[in-house]
Design a protein. Structure first.
Length: 281
C-alpha cells in the first residue's frame, strides 16, 4: 500500500466525548525566575514648576524718587567689628591740662609782666604754662623770666639751638615731662630736624653729633648726674673741643638752671601746653 492508502487516525473532537490530553506544565525554577527581567517600577510624575515671571519694571519716576541704597559693609569691616577686644584702651591724654597741681590765685602783676605775657600770646599764640604757674607772684615771675631770657636768648658763644639741646638732654636725664615737651619742640623748630629733637629727648648718644656737641652734652649730663665728680679734666676737654671759659660758664649755667626747673616742674606737676606736642613735626 502506498502512503496515500494508509488509514488516517480519526481526530478527537469535542463531540466525541473524550477531551484531548492536557500538556503538563513544568514549575518555574528559582534560576529561571531570576533570569527573567523584573517589571520596572512606574516613575513618579515630575512636579510642575511654574515658569519664572519677569519682574515688572518700575516706572522711571518711581526709580528717580527711590532713596539711595545703603552701601554694603565690606568683609574687613565686619571682621573688624566682630574681632574681640583684648585689654583696655588707655584714657586720652590730650585734654586741656591745668598749668599745675597747685591752686594758686593769679597775683597782681606789674604792667611790665602783663605786657610780657601779652607778647607771648601774640608771638607764639599762647602763654606757656610755666609762666602761668609763676604768675601768682609778680616778683617770682619777673625773676624767673629775667634769668631764663638771659640764659637762653642773651649773648653767648653758644647758639640758641645748642642751649636748647642742653635743656633737652638735662630734662631727659631728669624725665621732666614739661621741659621735654616744650624744649623738644624748640630743638625741632630751630634745627628743622624732628629726628634730632627726638634723639635729644631719648638718647643723645645715638645721634650723629660733632666732637664739640658730644663734649658739650657729656659735660651737661655730668652736671646733672655726677656734679661732685667734675674735675679740671672735664673743663680741659671742653677747651680742647673749642669752648672758651665763658662758654664753659654758659654750659654749666644752662644745665644748672634746667636741673632746678625740672625739679620744680615735677614737684608741682607742671603740664605742658597742648600746642607743644605737634610743633615742628
Amino acid at each position: 500500500m502506498t502512503s496515500a492508502g494508509k488509514a488516517k487516525k480519526p481526530l478527537k473532537t469535542a463531540g466525541s466525548g473524550k477531551s484531548a490530553p492536557k500538556r503538563a506544565v513544568k514549575p518555574l525554577s528559582a534560576k529561571s525566575m531570576l533570569s527573567k527581567p523584573m517589571p520596572a517600577k512606574p516613575k513618579a510624575p515630575r512636579p510642575m514648576v511654574p515658569s519664572p515671571v519677569a519682574p515688572k519694571l518700575a516706572p522711571k519716576q518711581a526709580i528717580a524718587n527711590r532713596p539711595p541704597a545703603k552701601p554694603e559693609k565690606s568683609t574687613s569691616m565686619l571682621l573688624q567689628k566682630q574681632k574681640p577686644s583684648t585689654g583696655d584702651m588707655p584714657r586720652r591724654q590730650d585734654g586741656p591740662p591745668r598749668p599745675m597741681a597747685l591752686s594758686l590765685p593769679a597775683g597782681n602783676l606789674s604792667p611790665e609782666m602783663r605786657a610780657y605775657l601779652a607778647k607771648c600770646q601774640e608771638k607764639i599764640g599762647f602763654v606757656p604754662n610755666v609762666l602761668t604757674s609763676y604768675a601768682f607772684d609778680d616778683a617770682k615771675l619777673s625773676a624767673f623770666a629775667a634769668f631764663y631770657n638771659d640764659l637762653m636768648l642773651g649773648n653767648s658763644g653758644l647758639s640758641k639751638l645748642e642751649r636748647e639741646m642742653i635743656a633737652v638732654v638735662v630734662s631727659s636725664e631728669n624725665h621732666c615731662f614739661y621741659c621735654l615737651a616744650a624744649h623738644g619742640a624748640a630743638v625741632r623748630k630751630l634745627s628743622g630736624d624732628p629726628v634730632l629733637g627726638e634723639l635729644m629727648a631719648m638718647n643723645w648718644r645715638a645721634a650723629k653729633l660733632s666732637a664739640r656737641h658730644k663734649t658739650m652734652l657729656a659735660f651737661a649730663t655730668k652736671v646733672t648726674l655726677h656734679s661732685r665728680q667734675i674735675s679740671e679734666t672735664d673743663r680741659e676737654n671742653l677747651r680742647k673741643a673749642g669752648f672758651s671759659d665763658r662758654d664753659i660758664w654758659d654750659i654749666a649755667a644752662v644745665a644748672s638752671f634746667f636741673n632746678m626747673s625740672n625739679r620744680m616742674a615735677s614737684a608741682v606737676d607742671m603740664r605742658p601746653n597742648a600746642e607743644y606736642h605737634s610743633q615742628a613735626r
